[in-house]
Write a protein that binds this ligand. Sequence first.
Ligand code: AMP
Length: 398
Amino acid sequence: MSRFSETNFNGLKALVRVDFNVPLDDKFDITDDTRMTAALPTINKVLSDGGSVILMSHLGRPKDGPSDKYSLKHLLPHLKSLLSGKEVKFATDCIGADAVEAAKNLKPGEVLLLENLRFYKEEEKGDKGFAEKLSKLGDVYINDAFGTAHRAHASTAIIASFFPKDKRMFGLLMESEVNSGQKVLNNAEKPFVAIIGGAKVSDKILILENLLEKATDIIIGGGMAYTFCKAEGGKIGKSLCEEDRLDTALQLLKKAEEKGVSIHLPSDSVIASEFNANAQTSTSPSNAIPDDWMGLDIGSYACEQFANIIHKSKTILWNGPMGVFEFEKFQHGTKEVAKAIAEATQNGAYSLVGGGDSVAAVNQFGYSDKVSYVSTGGGALLEFFEGKSLPGIAAISE
Ligand code: AMP
């Protein structure tokens, strides 16, 4: 594996797998361009070295081959503006004569965007022949798509084997994702607190099990906390509960005790009469919620309880909100946790926030530049913290 920052791309055509799977509205305007801006440092470094860039990505989940709806051409105007007005060429196919010709004619300093990789079913199947055709377009392969690193697709993993070791590498985004993930998972300064929230225990079991091997403290918030409260014999009213995970929850609590990891459940909750932004609210101990009520946020004692643990930690991982933060009445807990993480970071802790909704929360509450690292990976980050080897990382580093 070669290091991107130590490579001079002068005269080279860099084939870069980016994650431009951005949300579009019905007029094809991009509603959140985070994934595009995240790839800019890599693109700009290749260009300023005197190389050219061939960008490949998927967009959405096209089912039956090419379609206007999922065409990457919709991204061209915004990509041009992100590249300070630089013209971006477009190939109406990602393989075949058009793509080959466009790649061949690309001059140093130029950028070419290929059409949606998923217009070919071979992409998601990890087809070798398809990967080989893609590989012919560039001199070096750069993977900068952390968001798809957990997929063994043609363009994210299989393609790497068609490049010698010194011609395949992570881009700057991928490099910082991997470095920050490894810093937390493998080199965490203790105490290390993992804050896991969100809706379901079933989505987070593997990550919790792996974190039992690594963390000093695990804070459990959000809807999933109530399955744990009930497993311990608490009354949770109409709160979210996965009845078939009660045993799993108990086993996790037992394992944590054996390993000396402290698991913290919210001592109290903000409860609501119904799942509604304007619902009537009250507060209750999390293990004594009245029958017709449901816990939709952690309460004020829990905020203090969790903030104390966060403040004394040196490493912090946060995945998943503490409550239904989409509704104003139930966003206090998530906001307070974000605030405590920002304070701990300012006092020298290393904090990594990742995985969908917690990223949305730090952005919404204005804390994204007050934590050490905000990951762009949803599923990929979860699998990384589950301890799995990610095909997109393995293909380059092994
Ligand atoms: P996840 O994708 O598993 O991280 O879950 C995020 C979702 O969990 C968000 O949409 C939250 O609204 C939801 N959530 C968080 N806390 C609760 C709760 N106490 N009850 C119901 N849903 C919740």
